[in-house]
Design a protein around this ligand. Sequence first.
Ligand code: G3P
Ligand code: CA
Length: 240
Amino acid sequence: MSRMIFAHRGLSGRYPENTMAAFEAALQTGAHGIELDVQLSKDGQLVIIHDEEVNRTTDGTGYIRDFKYEDIKQLDAGSWFNKASYGIAIPTLDEVFEWATKQNNHLMINVELKNDVIRYEGMEEKVLALINRYGISDRIILSSFNPESLRKIRMLDSDIQIGYLILGMQKNAVTVAENIGANAIHCEAVFALSEYGQKAIERGLPLRVYTINTLSEGEKLLAAGTEVIMTDYPDLFMQK
Ligand code: G3P
Ligand code: CA
């Protein structure tokens, strides 16, 4: 991969995050990929939402794991962002893959498994099964803050791309990533610009950096050898 721009939660600076509106808008910017977050409903549906609870980004309250999908899809995931987005629903991963396999959509998809706060039993198997059903493994990157989950994914699938997701400065990230069998490290700028970030690149672990919303910071990171910039404003980067 050469240098690429991924839309973090879709074009989330201008549309409600993790919705089809944000993903479609990201596609229109010409971005190379999207990043999205997956949680699991009570009845085992993979749904796209960042938080474990629906409170911040919908008109409901409570944990995703306590909702059946038929109730999740009634929630309004747009109004919190702006009035024009009223009534936009929380999508499923299945819906995103269906959309992504339409003509003229060649986006890479970084699926972040949000199983570090709540450990969703069977989430890895479900995500891999869906990827295989759509036959899009070459366009998928799986990431998580939970190394155990990534180890499990690597055990189940020796080829799928895995990004080990870290927060801030984690000095043992290369060791852990190599131990998992990850293909890359997904990190913040502080790590990418450090000697540890540079060591990761030297060891063949590309860096994909979140969440970068200014061109000046993006340029600094690209000069330091960053492979992917994840941004809420891919339109800014793609205009350049
Ligand atoms: O995957 C990179 C980034 O999205 C991780 O942080 O909290 O935005 O999901 P967060
Ligand atoms: Ca994320």
